[in-house]
Design a protein around this ligand. Structure first.
Ligand SMILES: C[S@@+](CC[C@H](N)C(=O)[O-])C[C@H]1O[C@@H](n2cnc3c(N)ncnc32)[C@H](O)[C@@H]1O
Length: 291
């Protein structure tokens, strides 16, 4: 695809936004701006200030290449290879889920619990089950200066990305990454266990947005027949792994709170109040060992 109408930065922006809109991409305006700024190596202010500047042939080719990828519904974060999460800039690749803003609700719930117990300066032991890019573990380590943690994942390729993210965030000295099924072989005890497990019911995967279905790894999405397999496995291990007074905090898919509460209760855990995300969806469920 050549964006034939684009002679200047501003016309390229308009043309690309139109094409993205026609392709059903809701964030067309924002994405056009981001992609063109990225292709030209400039920021938003420069993009606007230089709207009438003519594009060179090489710049046009670069914009075309990025545009084609987005028109195939590849997410902007995958095109750039980087996603901001909490205060971190994380590398993302084909082996990992692109961290989502709603997942920050888990961080908020975990930090609330730590602050409530006045434990923020302790050498807390953290486990992040299904760490993917390392998002949850690294965000917590960035906030808790004396904490140490383990990120587990069944995908060795995901763990490579998590290790690279620990390095680029300056947190590698406090983070260890282990390939295992949930927490098999890990001993504990852990003061905080966090997880954003795969939670999409297998039969729903085909109807997800192409940005998710075609680009996030199946391993990061597939939660089994009812979407709850990950929670079952975590619940089965939680009592064994939690330190006295420790907290388990999991991300929930929309509508999963009642079922996960039941699973946790049956596993001998007490689930506390859920924390909503910015859209008002119950998102982070905290639990502790029942007394
Ligand atoms: C929804 S993604 C979450 C990634 C990251 N924690 C985040 O929030 O962005 C789930 C992760 O769990 C991993 N996973 C799937 N099944 C697993 C299992 N049985 N044991 C450990 N990790 C698993 C996937 O490889 C994927 O990285």
């Amino acid at each position: 695809m050549t964006l034939t109408a684009m002679r200047t930065i501003a016309s390229a922006r308009r043309t690309l936004a139109d094409r993205l809109r026609q392709a059903g991409i809701e964030s067309a305006e924002t994405d056009a701006r981001l992609l063109i700024a990225h292709a030209l190596g400039i920021d938003r202010a420069e993009l606007i200030a230089n709207g009438e500047r003519a594009l060179s042939g090489d710049e046009t080719k670069e914009i075309d290449a990025l545009s084609e990828r987005r028109l195939r519904h590849e997410p902007v974060a995958r095109i750039f290879g980087i996603k901001e999460f909490w205060s971190l800039s994380l590398q993302v690749g084909p082996a990992v889920l692109v961290p989502r803003p709603e997942t920050e609700t888990v961080i908020e719930a975990a930090l609330d619990a730590v602050v409530r117990d006045a434990r923020q300066m302790e050498k807390l032991r953290i486990l992040d089950i299904g760490t993917g890019s390392g998002a949850l573990l690294l965000a917590l380590l960035s906030e808790l200066p004396n904490a140490v943690g383990i990120g587990s994942d069944i995908s060795a390729a995901a763990l490579e990305v998590a290790r690279a993210n620990a390095e680029r965030s300056g947190l590698a000295g406090r983070a260890t990454f282990v390939a295992c099924d949930i927490a098999a072989g890990l001993q504990g005890p852990f003061d905080l266990i966090v997880s954003n497990p795969p939670y999409v019911a297998r039969g729903d995967i085909a109807s997800l947005a192409p940005e998710v279905r075609d680009y996030d790894p199946a391993l990061a999405l597939d939660g089994g027949t009812d979407g709850l397999d990950g929670y079952r496995a975590i619940a089965a291990d939680a009592r064994r792994l939690l330190a006295p007074g420790g907290k388990l905090i999991v991300e929930l898919g929309a509508g999963q709170e009642p079922a996960v509460r039941v699973l946790f209760t049956k596993a001998g855990l007490t689930a506390a109040a859920v924390r909503d995300d910015l859209a008002g969806i119950p998102r982070a469920l905290s639990a502790a060992v029942a007394l």
